[in-house]
Design a protein. Structure first.
Length: 261
């Protein structure tokens, strides 16, 4: 059985944001209050986290997560990476290092910004003082295994830095991070019917580095998942307004949302 938990459903500023407040989002709807994006995927006692947002501490506490089998990084923007220090508490809970998986470009940024948390594969850091993470570089379309999960990195195009999406168990879950376009080769690796697809919106009209709602719906229609979640929404995305603009099997995500299948 799968369980997917949306730890955070917001874009980089969160909702409300310091500069823009609630924007188009109705403050009386609790589903409009969004921390920065992060997702936890569980399958047959294997649990992986996608990205480490700056809000990770509270997200882990709220979801009761003290164990992880690995971290997947999509890219190196601060709202997806800079909660990485909070993983020290997972190290402390387990008294061991934790593997993270990222593209060569993202791994290079992590090594540059957070060199102190890297550990030798054979020996953990002193987790009382700092995190203890082991880097694993992944290549597009080269599957790897974490526990019971087969994970295939896919290339996403058009964002302002290299971005990686992930297929779980040959496409039963399709996870798309910040993007303008899905690389054509990615569709060839979706070899099982997709139960769940997660896509980022940011703003309904899109922009130079982000797909619009119409473009996202086109990609969902091509993949044909049983269910799709729209994630990574900024203050321009009112929950009810996005929900009204999508088909019945597509819905906006919200913080703390859990899906089982």
């Amino acid at each position: 059985m799968y369980k997917l938990t949306v730890l955070g459903s917001g874009a980089a500023p969160g909702v409300p944001s310091v500069a823009g407040g609630w924007g188009n989002c109705r403050p009386d709807n609790p589903k409009n209050r969004r921390s920065r994006t992060g997702v936890c995927v569980e399958y047959d006692n294997t649990r992986v986290l996608i990205d480490t947002s700056p809000d990770l501490r509270l997200q882990l506490l709220t979801s009761g997560i003290r164990h992880l089998d690995g971290i997947l990084y999509t890219h190196a923007h601060a709202d997806h990476l800079h909660g990485i220090d909070e993983l020290r508490e997972i190290n402390r809970a387990e008294l061991s290092s934790l593997n993270f998986y990222a593209s060569e470009e993202t791994t290079a940024v992590i090594k540059e910004r957070f060199s102190y948390l890297l550990a030798d594969r054979e020996r953990a850091n002193n987790v009382a003082a700092r995190p203890s993470l082991v880097a694993n570089v992944v290549e597009p379309y080269q599957p790897f295994v974490v526990g019971r999960l087969k994970i295939t990195p896919i290339r996403l195009l058009g964002h302002n830095m290299p971005t990686t999406g992930y297929l779980f168990n040959d496409g039963e879950i399709v996870y798309i991070a910040d993007y303008r376009q899905i690389d054509e080769e990615a569709f060839e690796h979706i070899r099982r019917p997709t139960k769940l697809m997660i896509v980022p919106l940011t703003t309904p009209e899109g922009g130079k580095y982000h797909a619009s709602l119409a473009e996202i719906l086109d990609d969902i229609a091509r993949v044909r998942p049983e269910r799709a979640l729209i994630n990574h929404m900024a203050i321009e995305c009112d929950y009810d307004a996005v929900n009204r603009a999508t088909p019945a099997h597509v819905e906006p995500a919200y913080d703390g949302m859990s899906i089982y299948f």
